[in-house]
Design a protein around this ligand. Structure first.
Ligand code: SAH
Length: 351
């Protein structure tokens, strides 16, 4: 029998579920709080429920758990990278980064990814499967238990394309924001996308004030298509239009991520065109030095070129920062850790 995954239910869905099994409504809140406030993971340990109710629940429902499989600690900053083991033996990765203002968790939304960006390790084996909302919240709770501290900020920038797993990502946002649970402010959450335009409009219409981050990586459609296949489906002007719509609806400044690749997108004409296309958009540009991966035969831009690129945007009054390379000594971003581990150890992942 298919068991209901309790930690993937929003509070509303939990109420419907509790109603459907003839229990009192307040049980839903108790259950939700046990899972999402107390980070509880076993139905049999829900002490506010009678043994009879726990047995009844165990027959029809489950809490999906993940384990920390490995942790890698940076020696140069307080970054920790995690490999998590899912119940079906798939492996995903997450990162916890300590800043002065709190701890940011970067989590995955899919096992693998089908978007095919040429510089990204997460996509090299394609999409294996979507993560459930409970598997997303669990990455946060497992890091919190491990760090014995609260995660204050969340970025959906691990492996996977969140807008390609739209419904589960939306449920995750609803659950993690709920004041009866983890109670994370939407303003402390960033969703990063390669630019699936119709979904950006849909997200804007949800009217939840999270920060939208676009992986732009080139201002020219022809060049972007070469490194990001999604560019063949949605053009840069379409993305910019969708961003304006998002900004109008949410009143939130958009982040433009721009991974600098030597000779590919770090030329003067790239910065000039970037300035031109971003005119009038309430945005901030985040320059990311490329993290070289085996499968992509290109180098990161030199420090000098990165600085020059930044200066040209500064001069045009476009807010711009260079992303610090957190945990640079522990392998790198976006699926490299998982990939290295799963291929070198002969570790099988399952569909
Ligand atoms: N699918 C989403 C989120 C995951 S990737 C997206 O495309 O935005 C998070 C960010 O890391 C994206 O901007 C992505 O383009 C960037 N990235 C991926 N691989 C990288 C690499 N090797 N070096 C630098 N940035 C990389």
């Amino acid at each position: 029998m298919h068991k209901v995954e309790l930690n993937s239910l929003t509070l509303n869905e939990m109420e419907e579920f509790i109603y459907s099994i003839d229990e009192k409504k307040y049980r839903a809140e108790q259950l939700f709080t046990y899972i999402h406030k107390n980070r509880g993971s076993r139905i049999k340990n829900i002490s506010v429920f009678s043994i009879t109710l726990r047995d009844k629940l165990e027959n029809i429902a489950k809490i999906n758990n993940i384990k920390i499989f490995k942790r890698f600690d940076s020696k140069i900053d307080n970054t920790r990278k995690y490999l998590f083991l899912l119940e079906d033996n798939n492996i995903i990765e997450g990162v916890a980064m300590e800043y002065k203002h709190g701890i940011t968790a970067c989590i995955s939304t899919q096992v693998g990814c089908k978007m095919g960006c040429s510089f990204c390790a997460s996509t090299k084996d394609g999409l294996i499967r979507n993560l459930s909302p409970g598997e997303m919240t669990n990455q946060i709770y497992m890091m919190e238990k491990d760090l014995n501290n609260r995660i204050t900020n969340i970025v959906l920038m691990g492996s996977g394309e969140p807008l390609d797993n739209y419904d589960n990502t939306l449920k995750f946002l609803n659950i993690i924001h709920d004041e009866k649970g983890h109670n994370t402010s939407y303003r402390n959450i960033t969703l990063s996308t390669c630019g699936i335009v119709p979904k950006i409009y849909e997200l804007a219409d949800e009217e939840i004030p999270i920060t939208l981050s676009i992986s732009l990586h080139s201002p020219f459609d022809e060049d972007r298509k070469r490194i990001m296949p999604i560019g063949k489906k949605y053009s840069i002007p379409e993305i910019i239009e969708a961003c304006k719509y998002y900004d109008n609806k949410s009143n939130r400044r958009i982040t433009m991520e721009y991974t600098l690749i030597e000779g590919v997108n770090d030329r003067k004409k790239d910065s000039d065109e970037l300035v031109r296309i971003l005119e009038g958009l309430n945005c901030h540009v985040n320059l990311i030095p490329l993290n070289p991966i085996e499968e992509f035969d290109q180098e990161k831009s030199s420090k000098i070129n990165i600085e020059k690129f930044k200066t040209r945007l500064d001069k045009a009054n476009i807010p711009v920062t260079i992303r610090r390379e957190m945990g640079g000594d522990i392998d790198a971003s976006c699926g490299q850790l998982r990939r290295r581990y799963t291929s070198s150890k002969g570790f099988k992942t399952f569909q």
